[in-house]
Design a protein around this ligand. Structure first.
Ligand code: ASP
Length: 346
């Protein structure tokens, strides 16, 4: 098909994942359980190439992705919900400064950190989202609180932080989110912008937009959930919101079709409604999750956006397509082991 010619498959895309629940991470144990569980996580897509990575850094990224999968699948194996699994996995990555979410969030052009996150329950299509929060340690937990403890779906800025305060969700001093690496990236991006005569870019080039985190999971009760968290794009204007917290753009989950978490040029993912498009293609055109994910991503690419996504269907089939040189990603395989990958595999 045409789209296959310009969209490469992500490593292990289209491979059914999930395990009958006897599985353990590296050494399957024979505890019986009935239904299949499945989980996929990502840590952002962009220009990630072996030559720009040290072996130590690569190890750290792989370990972080593996820890997120371990914590999420640990919950699923014990019969916990997919919502708990995706929240726990994303929290762990938010606390890890390697990723552009929570602690390692990118800087805005004003030198602040503004974070966005969303979570969605495939069982009920309940959703919660927050944007432009500056002090929330785990924006995904705040998004879940919005879903479960407010009458709204989406809270932003000061109102979202006030809601966090009322619900005892951890707030941190702005210093907590300051990292040298992201600060240096901001300086580089400002210099590049100046060199380009102050040209306004809709989105940062892909090497300066990296490390958004997300998770999708299927639990023993057959419920899907999706979660995404990000610091956005380096040098974004204060107040800019990307696709991650927008239900149907960067995050979506419905038991009838799939759970999706995206990463990439948010402006284009919003315009292409990527996450919801995967679901629509599955429901209306009866495509597989792999086919639907590729077409939805190709639609964003036609508009000019690069990135990737992770998706699971209700049977635990996974798709992990991306059209960048790499995407930090990991999935639970049928044998109970974790497959972690960064670059495009042969
Ligand atoms: N999609 C995110 C945003 O535009 C960035 C990323 O995934 O890297 O805010």
């Amino acid at each position: 098909m045409k789209w296959l010619t310009f969209l490469h498959l992500g490593f292990l895309a289209l491979i059914p994942v999930g395990i009958p629940i006897y599985a353990q991470t590296s050494s399957p144990s024979p505890n019986m359980i009935s239904h299949k569980i499945a989980m996929v996580v990502h840590g952002g897509a962009g220009t990630i190439e072996p030559h720009s990575m040290t072996p130590e850094l690569e190890k750290e990224y792989r370990a972080a992705i593996e820890s997120a999968l371990r914590v999420g699948t640990g919950i699923l194996e014990k019969g916990g919900s997919s919502l708990d699994a995706v929240e726990a996995a994303v929290r762990l990555l938010e606390d890890d400064p390697h990723f552009n979410a929570g602690r390692g969030a990118d800087f805005t052009s004003a030198g602040t950190n503004e974070m966005d996150a969303a979570i969605m329950d495939g069982r009920t299509r309940a959703a919660g989202a927050v944007a432009s929060v500056q002090h929330v340690r785990n924006p995904i937990t705040l998004a879940r609180a919005v879903m479960e403890k407010s009458k709204h779906v989406f809270l932003v800025g000061a109102g979202a932080e006030e809601f966090a305060r009322q619900h005892n969700i951890a707030l941190m001093d702005a210093k907590y989110f300051w990292t040298q690496r992201r600060w240096d990236e901001l300086q580089k991006e400002k210099a590049a912008e100046k060199a380009a005569g102050g040209e306004k870019r809709a989105a940062a080039p892909e090497e300066r937009r990296l490390g958004t985190v997300g998770a999708v999971a299927l639990d023993q009760n057959g419920n899907l959930a999706a979660a995404t968290s990000t610091g956005g794009t380096t040098n974004k204007l204060p107040g800019r919101v990307g696709d991650s917290p927008i239900i149907g753009a960067g995050t979506f989950s419905d038991n009838k079709s799939c759970a999706v978490s995206c990463t990439g040029d948010g402006e284009f993912f919003i315009r292409a409604s990527v996450a919801h498009e995967v679901a629509v293609l599955m429901e209306e055109r009866h495509l597989s999750v792999g086919e639907a994910a590729e077409i939805a991503l190709a639609n964003a690419q036609k508009l000019g956006g690069t990135g990737g996504l992770i998706a699971l269907d209700k049977d635990g089939n996974a798709a992990l397509p991306f059209n960048t040189s790499g995407m930090y990603r990991g999935q639970l395989m049928l044998d109970g082991k974790f497959a972690i990958a960064i670059y495009r595999e042969p």
